[in-house]
Design a protein. Structure first.
Length: 186
């Protein structure tokens, strides 16, 4: 008697859940879809139900590997905020689908002088403990983030940096010489 093997047409596709992403405008977004099936599944990407392959943007790049696919969005824009799906089609059965939401927020910039009209005081027991060097903590409802309005002479997300370009913030205007040609404030 001969060796009889029953050939299976394959197995249905399965995908692992994807993580949603929050980023600021201009950053790179990377979504990874891990899928399994026998033979390896064919993976395609969708943005709000439309195939990403139909979106003629050079900022979108898809990298397909044997059992995973990566969607990279370079220089994210607010219009990239959407629901993204990866669909893995196996040899048998319906496609397996994993989805993730991408939220692209405006970049956090230095607060303008009238920021107090845009933001509200931080909802913390002691808002003065968040900002350093006498900065004022503000909460921006639209992006659900807090930021600091820094006093003159300081900058940074929490007013942690002394602004050395602002000479009025220096209490002494002394210069020191280091070597023959290097002068610095001391």
């Amino acid at each position: 008697m001969g060796d009889r093997r029953i050939l299976s047409p394959g197995s249905p596709a399965r995908v692992e859940p994807m993580q949603s992403v929050r980023t600021t405008r201009g950053n790179r977004v990377r979504l990874e879809c891990k899928a399994s099936a026998r033979p390896p599944p064919r993976i395609s990407w969708y943005k709000d139900g439309k195939p990403v392959a139909d979106i003629a943007l050079r900022r979108f790049r898809v990298q397909n590997f044997r059992r995973r696919s990566v969607l990279v969005i370079r220089h994210a824009r607010s219009e990239d905020s959407a629901s993204y799906e990866c669909r893995a089609q196996g040899a048998v059965g319906p496609p397996a689908i994993a989805s993730a939401n991408v939220s692209v927020l405006p970049p956090v910039t230095a607060a303008p002088d009238d920021a107090t009209t845009l933001g509200s005081p931080c909802p913390m027991p002691d808002p003065s403990s968040y900002c350093l060097n006498g900065g004022t903590c503000l909460f921006f409802e639209i992006v659900q983030e807090q930021a600091c309005k820094c006093p003159e002479g300081f900058n940074g997300q929490r007013c942690e940096n002394k602004d050395i370009s602002n000479r009025s913030s220096m209490s002494h205007s002394y210069t020191c010489k280091l070597g023959l040609s290097i002068t610095y404030y001391c």
